[in-house]
Ligand binder design. Structure first.
Ligand code: ADE
Length: 246
């Protein structure tokens, strides 16, 4: 899906330009639900750029073997640079998605959501020639300690995480601030009707109507869950070092 006109002139929308060899992978999940709706209402905009269109030969080659030997293929720097330079930047950060990047955090997501948008380069093959990463000052980001076949899914993860924070995207303003990571703790358990489900009852305190007690219970649960699942986050929280907080 190519939506070029909106990108050639300044406008209010938060913009994501995605450089990929697989434009068919977009909008993907970004076209669905509230994120897709927010795009339709002009809160944000997406353009895809086919890296192969910037190949410098008639075979449309984009890769070649790693110099020095080794497995796989490397994305050629001249092709990548041309693709990158074709995008009107509007001071948007240029992000290269790669498992060797800095881990993505909610703090970085919040910063990116507050800016003008993103230019995202999706890697494939073994990787991208180091010289273009340096010359175009790409910020290398990983979405987790596992290896995907390419950056396309990672790009959708990154863009979705940002777009849901844009003003007007989430209906209930609270739902973006009380959840996991926003205060440095994981989210407490949630319940809804019926009161009993397969012999499991909703914890009594949640039915008490005592909002102070409910808040205390939820906080306690958040702490228990964070300690058990994410000792690293708990440590940071206890140290008050602002990990994942503003
Ligand atoms: N490309 C392949 N694996 C990735 C990961 N874990 N994060 C970001 N981009 C990737």
């Amino acid at each position: 899906m190519s939506e070029k006109p909106i990108f050639s002139s300044p406008g209010p929308a938060w913009r994501a330009s995605v450089l990929t060899l697989f434009t068919d992978a977009f909008p993907g999940v970004l076209g669905a639900s509230i994120i897709g709706g927010a795009q339709k209402s002009g809160i944000w905009a997406l353009e895809t750029v086919d890296i192969r269109d910037f190949s410098v030969n008639r075979h449309r080659t984009v890769d070649s073997p790693p110099t020095g030997g080794g497995p796989g293929m490397v994305l050629k720097p001249d092709v990548a640079a041309k693709a990158i330079d074709s995008v009107v930047s509007n001071d948007r950060p240029l992000i290269y998605l790669t498992p060797r990047g800095k881990p993505l955090t909610q703090t970085r997501v919040r910063e990116l959501a507050q800016g003008p948008g993103l230019i995202v380069f999706c890697g494939r093959f073994e990787g991208l020639d180091q010289r273009v990463i340096e010359s175009r000052q790409m910020e290398e980001i990983s979405i987790g300690d596992y290896v995907l076949a390419g950056g396309e899914v990672a790009a959708q993860v990154l863009i979705e995480a940002c777009v849901r924070l844009l003003p007007g995207v989430l209906g209930d303003a609270q739902s973006a601030s009380e959840e996991s990571f926003e205060d440095g703790l994981l989210e407490y358990p949630l319940y809804t009707k019926p009161r009993e489900f397969e012999d499991r009852a909703i914890p009594e305190v949640l039915l008490s109507g005592d909002h102070k007690k409910i808040a205390e219970w939820r906080r306690q649960k958040s702490i228990e869950i964070t300690k058990a699942r994410r000792p690293d986050m708990w440590q940071a929280y206890e140290n008050g070092d602002g990990h994942e907080r503003d």
